[in-house]
Design a protein around this ligand. Structure first.
Ligand code: ATP
Ligand code: FE2
Length: 329
C-alpha cells in the first residue's frame, strides 16, 4: 500500500497544494499572488492565501477523487512551518490544521528549505549532494552530515533573489527582476568590477546591490546586469566548491527559484566538472516554491515516524534547516 500525503506551501507568494505518493505527484493546484508593484507585501500575500486556500484545497481534493482516491484515506497533511513570512505561514498552518481535524489524519510541519532539497533528490539522480539553495529570501549551501542538514555557508544579509529584484527595481525593470537581469546580461560587452564579498564560508549581497545601482549612472545596463550576475554567482559557486572539498561529496544539487538562471547553472556545471562531481538540476516546476515538495518531505517524515501533532504545529518564520533532526536518512 502506498503512502499518500497532502502538502501545502505558502511561505511567500505562492500558494500551492499537492498530493504525492512515493513515486510521483498525483495532483497539484497552485494559486500565485502577484503584487501590483514592487515586492511582496506580507499582509497582502497572506490575504491572498486566505482568500484562495479553500478553493485550492477543494480543487485538489476533487482532482484526487476523480483519480479514485478518497481524501479520508490520505495518511497525513504536511505544511510549510517556516522559514517564511509570518502572516503567510499562519494562514497556511490554519488550513492544514483544519484539514487534519476534518480528515482525522496527523499533521506534519516541514522545513521549507529541506523540502527544496528532498524534492531535488527525489526528482534527480542525486543521492547525497552539496546543495546550493537560492531563492528570493534564502541563499544557503547545505549538505547532510550526521543526522542533520548542516549549513556550510549562507548570505549574511539578503537572499540572492531579493538582491536581484532590488537591483532590478533601481534599474527600472519590473518584478520579478531575476529573469529580466538574465536577459539583459546576455548582451554584455564588458565586465564592470563590483564588490565580491565572501567572509569565511558566508557571503553578502547588499554592498554589491548598492554598487551596481551606482554603476548604472555611468555604465551600460547590459554590462551592469552581467557583472552583477558574474560577481554574485561566483561568490556562491566558490562557497559551494569549498563545501564539496570539505565534505568530500561528489554531487551538487541546485534548488530554489533563482536556479532557473542559465548562467548560474553553467558556472556550477563547470565547477562540478572540474572537481569530478556530478551536477543536478530538477525540472523547473520543482525549483520554485511548490506544494509537491512539502508533501514529499511530509511523506519522508511520516514514514520515519516524525509526526508534529497539533500542539506543536505553531509556525516559525526563522525555522533553521540545521535545527531539524533528520529521521529519514
Ligand atoms: P523562498 O520563500 O524560498 O525565499 P521565493 O518566494 O523567493 O522563495 P522562488 O520561486 O524560490 O520564491 O524564487 C523567486 C526568485 O527567483 C525571485 O527573486 C526571482 O527574481 C528569481 N528568479 C526567477 N527566475 C530567475 C532567473 N532566470 N534568474 C535569476 N533569478 C531568477
Ligand atoms: Fe523556497
Amino acid at each position: 500500500m502506498k503512502t499518500r500525503i497532502l502538502g501545502i506551501e505558502g511561505t511567500a507568494w505562492n500558494l500551492s497544494a499537492a498530493v504525492v505518493d512515493e513515486d510521483d505527484v498525483i495532483s497539484e493546484v497552485t494559486e500565485t499572488y502577484q503584487p501590483d508593484t514592487g515586492g511582496i507585501h506580507p499582509r497582502e500575500a497572506s490575504q491572498h492565501h486566505a482568500k484562495y486556500a479553500s478553493t485550492v484545497i477543494q480543487k485538489l481534493l476533487e482532482n484526487i477523487k476523480s483519480k479514485g482516491i478518497d481524501p479520508k484515506t490520505l495518511d497525513a497533511v504536511a505544511f510549510s512551518q517556516g522559514p517564511g513570512l509570518g502572516p503567510c505561514l499562519r494562514t497556511v498552518a490554519t488550513a492544514a490544521r483544519m484539514l487534519s481535524l476534518t480528515l482525522d489524519i496527523p499533521i506534519i510541519g516541514v522545513n521549507h528549505c529541506i523540502a527544496h532539497i528532498e524534492v531535488g533528490k527525489w526528482k534527480t539522480p542525486a543521492k547525497d549532494p552539496v546543495v546550493l539553495y537560492v531563492s528570493g529570501a534564502n541563499s544557503q549551501v547545505l549538505a547532510y552530515r550526521k543526522g542533520k542538514y548542516r549549513v556550510f555557508g549562507e548570505t549574511l544579509d539578503v537572499g540572492i533573489g531579493n538582491a536581484l529584484d532590488k537591483f532590478a527595481r533601481s534599474a527600472g525593470l519590473n518584478h520579478p527582476g531575476g529573469p529580466r537581469i538574465e536577459k539583459h546580461a546576455e548582451n554584455f560587452k564588458k565586465y564592470v568590477p563590483l564588490p565580491y564579498v565572501v567572509k569565511g564560508m558566508d557571503f553578502s549581497f547588499s554592498g554589491l546591490t548598492t554598487a551596481a545601482r551606482d554603476a548604472l549612472e555611468y555604465e551600460a545596463m547590459e554590462d551592469v546586469c552581467y557583472s552583477f550576475q558574474e560577481t554574485a554567482f561566483a561568490m556562491m559557486v566558490e562557497v559551494t566548491e569549498r563545501a564539496l572539498a570539505h565534505t568530500g561529496k561528489n554531487e551538487v544539487l541546485l534548488a530554489g527559484g533563482v536556479g532557473a538562471n542559465m548562467r548560474l547553472r553553467d558556472m556550477l556545471d563547470i565547477m562540478s566538472n572540474d572537481r569530478g562531481a556530478s551536477f543536478y538540476v530538477p525540472e523547473k516546476r520543482f525549483m520554485g516554491d511548490n506544494g509537491a515538495m512539502i508533501a514529499y518531505l511530509g511523506l519522508l517524515m511520516y514514514r520515519s515516524g516524525s509526526i508534529t501533532g497539533l500542539k506543536d504545529s505553531h509556525v516559525d518564520p526563522n525555522f533553521r534547516p540545521d535545527s531539524v533532526e533528520v529521521t529519514w536518512i
